[in-house]
Write a protein that binds this ligand. Sequence first.
Ligand code: F6P
Length: 365
Amino acid sequence: MAKKILIATGGGDCPGLNAVIRGIVKSACAEGWQVFGCIESFNGLLKDTVEIIELNEKMVSGLHVKGGTIIKTTNKGGPFHFPVKQDDGSWVMEDRSELMKKRLDNLGIDAVINIGGDGSQAISLALGKIGINVIGVPKTIDNDLSSTDFTFGFQTAVQIATECFDKIVTTAESHNRVFIMEVMGRDAGWIALHTAIAGGADVCIIPEIPYDPQKIAEKIEKRYQNGMGFCNIVIAEGAKSLDGKVTGSAPTAVGDQHIKLGGVGDKLKQELTELGVEHDIRVTVLGHLQRGGTPVAYDRILATEFGVKAFELVKEGKYGNLVTYRHPNISYVPLEDALKKPHLVNPESDFLVHTARKIGMSLGD
Ligand code: F6P
């Protein structure tokens, strides 16, 4: 009988997810395995009615080009915190991990491949501990996982943000305006820093370097005094002013435990205005544009390699590991090690920070 793999995509979507799915399906089906997709992360196995679909080579043909994920994703629920509505309208989080295990057994699934970021991989680790055969594949546009040089989706996000920044530059220049462009990245400044260097920003604010609004105001004034007449700022959504606080709101969706970052660009505008900056300041928040659409070639390639490697680890029975990229190898690390610490910008040693400073970019400090 054919061996069976179940794939799930969890957390926020990310360009390249479909390319990973295609890499797994093509390589596994070629060796006679059957592959299934769990709809909306593991919730497809946890709901009262199971939602999984069989994936075959025909279904994944050309899929590497398509953004998003054909098997849907969510950052709500999961096997250990599954939201169940009570008769009085309230919600209770249920541990459905044993139910998941039972259903996997009933379906004859030999291995699970979980494609997701740190939250999803914490679930992979916990599933491994209850005896489920899991391989993790790292995914996030934020590039904040320490076990891999890059996650797929990151280069696409940077490309999109850079193209948007290029457009902002011409309108800022035409109107002599100050533009603040807010980008994603959660607690990591990678998207902001890469975009700022690629786009040639005047100021780049990242979460790893608390910013002083006064320093930014001075930089702006200097540019206007030097006759440049406009100023472009990239700010990461997780940036903190000297008060150390992030800007965002509590999650509203049931089962979602993540703070929704956003609004620090407006906060900076307010701070600059209060400091007496009189130039016209505009704020653009890129938001989910950075996660949408087709992956760039780099991400398609990395994602395909990750898919192929994930299947190889399943075949070799190397469960409890996360696929990684350490130049020049596609390799793997134990999930425990992969989750120990996030990969953040190091203001002291990262050459990108050094580069930014050397080309006169203000980092707000
Ligand atoms: O982790 C990826 C990411 O896009 C972050 O950069 C961002 O803070 C978050 O997800 C947004 O999540 P959601 O789509 O749930 O609002």
